[in-house]
Design a protein around this ligand. Structure first.
Ligand code: ADP
Ligand code: ASP
Ligand code: MG
Length: 472
């Protein structure tokens, strides 16, 4: 049994959903052959149609600003787009039923938006209710499309399947309750030979309040469901050939990494490789379930396999990633730094405001940390100022190079840093695992730095004598 997750571009329109169906059919046939009988599964997890979550969050913002007309127009556009995509449901009765379901969802959204526009305030809880609609809608369409094409499927309401805490817009799953919920709503479908289709990104609290797992969270849903049910593989179907050696939007011609470890993949995802939601790997690690990243437009490409261990290669680095929108906070205290309890006092401030720090470096008199969630930064600075001097610098970026070569070759870290040439480096950190080297630069230097690093370590042909040396 596998979980197959299809991202926004893989369900974007009628052609994309037709490709999805061919991929699911092939998987089902392969499974039937393997089992020597009827197929069970796969479990299909879908994102909202591409761009829809952004549009829905825009609708919430319009409602919050009291722009009821604007919000209604946006909802009308979205409704039309879903009606057009529902053409993929070739069976007239199934299509009519689905159009009715879609209309019901949009009526509900209109009611919510009208109420919020009066209040002129949209809390994170209502943002989640509105944003969740994208996956509810897409999963309804995909379930009906599969049924219309002789792939017996059943729609699963994600709000009944994935049980989370109440941390809106970044909810975390409760695994035991989710497992129990899946037994109730997914297992019977599987037992009757049907393909469960569930919207990603969405969950609900124990009290039934809708939550979301954070942007890009459908990958996480697939991993949560896969881990709870102990599947053999979690497949992430997307619009690139796999985990690439760098971000294709920044670097020219990155290459596919055929096999990568859980640890490497989670570092890359955390530090900006958008192809995987950063929390996705966690549930897969816990159950040791392989994750595969595949291209829904080139279903036969090998993709990237992610497992606990991977065969070693002679490549010094596996990939490089970057995360923009980072702020560096410098905390200086000549009096306190060496004093017992200083660091714990410092980090307790970030803890109190639920703000994670990513990179940490210390010198004798100062500590620098990076944060990407700046919502509570003014409060954090104020609290830190009670015992230290504090300054902040925004528009920074974290760059992260990952690879086992860093453990093997003591000179590699230095070569990674020099490969960025004259780009000024603000902070550098290498953790005990020595699997990655992380540094902080200005956001405006990211394209230059990443391209230079990529050229030095991933060029198909050596570009200089020193680079030839790095390729063993
Ligand atoms: P989906 O909608 O399928 O979840 P996403 O847009 O979330 O797709 O993620 C896929 C995108 O991630 C790719 O189109 C690519 O631009 C971006 N990306 C960034 N870094 C990497 C990387 N290292 N490898 C592959 N893709 C990457
Ligand atoms: N639709 C959600 C988003 O755009 C979740 C996802 O696509 O993974 O963030
Ligand atoms: Mg994604």
């Amino acid at each position: 049994m596998v979980v197959m997750k299809f991202g926004g571009t893989s369900v974007a329109d009628r052609a994309a959903i037709e490709r999805l169906m061919a991929i699911v059919r092939a998987q089902r046939q392969a499974e039937a052959q393997q089992e020597g009988g009827d197929a069970r599964g796969p479990i299909v997890v879908v994102s909202a149609l591409s761009g829809v979550t952004d549009r829905l969050l825009g609708v919430a913002a319009q409602a919050g600003a009291g722009d009821i007309e604007g919000a209604r127009n946006s909802l009308r556009d979205l409704h039309q787009r879903h009606i057009a995509v529902a053409e993929v449901i070739t069976d007239a009765a199934l299509r009519a039923q689905t159009l009715e379901d879609l209309a019901g969802e949009f009526e509900e959204l209109e009611r919510i938006v009208a109420a919020l526009a009066v209040l002129r305030e949209v809390s994170p809880r209502w943002m989640d209710t509105i944003a969740a609609a994208g996956e509810i809608l897409s999963s309804r369409v995909v379930a009906a499309a599969l049924n219309a094409h002789a792939l017996p499927a059943g729609w699963v309401d994600a709000r009944r399947a994935v049980v989370t805490d109440g941390e809106h817009q970044a909810a975390a799953p409760h695994f035991p309750e989710t497992t129990a919920a899946l037994m109730t709503c997914v297992d019977p479908l599987l037992a009757s030979g049907r393909i469960p289709v569930v919207g990603g990104f969405v969950g609900a609290t124990r009290d039934g309040v809708t939550t979301t797992l954070g942007r890009g969270g459908s990958d996480y849903s697939a991993a949560i469901i896969g881990a709870c049910l102990g599947v053999a593989e979690i497949q992430i179907w997307t619009d690139v050939d796999g985990m690439l050696t760098s971000d294709p939007r920044i670097v020219k011609d990155p290459q596919v990494v055929p096999h990568i470890s859980f640890a490497e993949a989670s570092e890359l995802a955390y530090f900006g490789a958008k192809v995987l939601h950063p929390a996705t790997i966690q549930p897969a690690v816990a159950r040791n379930i392989p994750v595969r990243i595949l291209n829904s437009k080139r279903a036969n490409a090998r993709g990237t396999l992610i497992t606990a261990e991977r065969p070693s290669t002679d490549r010094p680095l596996t990939a490089v990633a970057s995360k923009k929108g980072v702020t560096v906070v410098d905390i200086t205290s000549t009096r306190m730094l060496m004093a017992h309890g200083f660091l714990s006092r410092l980090f307790s401030v970030f803890d109190r405001f639920k703000t994670p720090v990513d990179v940490v470096t210390t010198s004798e008199v100062s500590v620098s940390v990076t944060v990407d969630d700046t919502r509570h930064l003014p409060d954090i600075v104020q609290a830190l100022q009670a015992f230290a001097d504090v300054s902040c610098e925004g528009d920074m970026a974290i760059v992260c190079a990952v690879g086992d070569g860093l453990q093997r070759d003591p000179s590699l870290a230095a070569r990674v840093l020099t490969s960025v040439g004259d780009v000024p480096i603000r902070l550098v950190s290498q953790a005990a695992s020595r699997r990655n080297i992380t540094f902080v630069i200005r956001e405006s230097d990211v394209a230059t730095a990443l391209s230079r690093m990529h050229e030095s370590f991933f060029a198909p042909y050596p570009v200089s004598a020193s680079v030839a040396g790095t390729r063993g």
